[in-house]
Design a protein. Structure first.
Length: 366
């Protein structure tokens, strides 16, 4: 080996050691906090099989297998925290290596989403883009100094086995103050792939997340892709909870016959456990291309007739605090708010949030 090569190799070794030392110092200067230490909202049961399951462990073998499998996704879960850090990091491990779907991006399926509370309310700040099953990212840096409250949403269509938030060791990170008592009860959404979150670009852009921020309440997401079917086993579980309002949005997964058979029993299960809690029965959104495909128009029409009939029968029985949300106003007339005529894009979810807002706002008023 020539003297020049030896000198170059030595310099490379020294540089490598210096870089490793710098990395170790940088790593040592970061503090990582498990999300459960900050308080996870949207996880309705604590007796779970895995850290971020949406249904309790006892539901396995009681609900259908697809429902159980989908309940392992972390849709709707979020954590609020306070920090004075000017940079915020996140690391999370997904339960599935499938980061995206053909019609939904990885940021929505498997990413995390950061919002910050401002004087005007919650505002989006940063998204954690997944690139592997285990991810470590800088969510945001260069923030103006100040103590602020943040809200971190978890993946919609993937599960997580661990999630941590990191800040420089010189800064403080802690759990956000408890919500005021009148805002502590969550809004519970039970439904289909749309409720689950398809096809939002980020976890924070679903209609349920938007409404959670508008009303400043936690949400419980019981959306089960393709499997929102008003089943009594799920209804019994939902009846164990004490939300501010139940929103039942299962029609996209049900035909008219199924709706006719199940809607009254579902409401009766919830009403028995909660005599005065508002229950909203929501029609399905209109397929974006139903105006030119008669079979889709008929699908919307028949399921809505069945739901309306069930609603009216329940009213005649004297069931109180029962409300109805039509489907024809949930999406726009321009056809630009879905990815496939069925699943909303971010524009569609905002329009859905506006439609749901009209029925929910009076029910959630102080």
């Amino acid at each position: 080996m020539s003297p020049f090569v030896r000198r170059l190799s030595l310099r490379c070794l020294v540089l490598s050691l210096l870089l490793c030392g710098a990395s170790s110092v940088a790593a040592a200067e970061m503090v990582w906090i498990d999300l459960h230490q900050l308080g996870v909202e949207g996880q309705a049961w604590k007796e779970v099989k895995a850290p971020y399951d949406r249904l309790p462990a006892k539901a396995e073998g009681v609900v259908r297998d697809p429902v159980w499998s989908l309940s392992r996704h972390s849709a709707g879960m979020a954590a609020r925290f306070v920090t004075d850090a000017t940079e915020i990091h996140a690391r999370w491990t997904l339960t599935s290596p499938n980061l995206a779907m053909s019609h939904m991006p990885a940021t929505g399926v498997s990413g995390v989403d950061l919002y910050v509370r401002t004087d005007e309310g919650w505002r989006w700040l940063a998204v954690g883009r997944p690139s592997a099953q285990t991810n470590s990212v800088t969510l945001v840096s260069g923030l103006s100094p100040g103590v602020r409250e943040y809200l971190l949403y978890l993946p919609l269509y993937n599960g997580v086995s661990s999630v941590e938030v990191g800040v420089p060791a010189a800064n403080v990170i802690k759990k956000a103050p408890p919500r005021p008592k009148h805002l502590a009860k969550p809004i519970l959404f039970w439904g289909t792939s749309i409720t689950h979150g398809a096809c939002a670009s980020r976890p924070g852009t679903t209609h349920s997340a938007i409404l959670g921020r508008r009303f400043d309440r936690p949400i419980i997401n019981l959306g089960f892709s393709g499997n929102g079917k008003m089943e009594p086993e799920v209804a019994q579980l939902a009846a164990e909870l004490d939300p501010a309002v139940y929103v039942i949005d299962c029609l996209p997964n049900m035909n008219a016959s199924e709706v006719e058979q199940r809607v009254e029993g579902l409401v009766e299960i919830l009403r028995k456990a909660h005599p005065t809690t508002p229950i909203v029965l929501a029609e399905d959104r209109t397929y974006a291309n139903a105006f030119l495909i008669p079979s889709k128009a008929e699908r919307n029409a028949t399921s809505r007739v069945a739901l309306r009939a069930g609603f009216e029968r329940l009213q005649k029985k004297g069931v109180k605090h029962l409300y109805y949300l039509p489907g024809d106003t949930q999406l726009g007339a321009d056809g630009d708010d879905t990815v496939d005529s069925s699943h909303p894009n971010d524009l569609g979810f905002m329009r859905m949030a506006d439609a749901f807002d009209k029925v929910l706002r009076p029910l959630l008023a102080p």
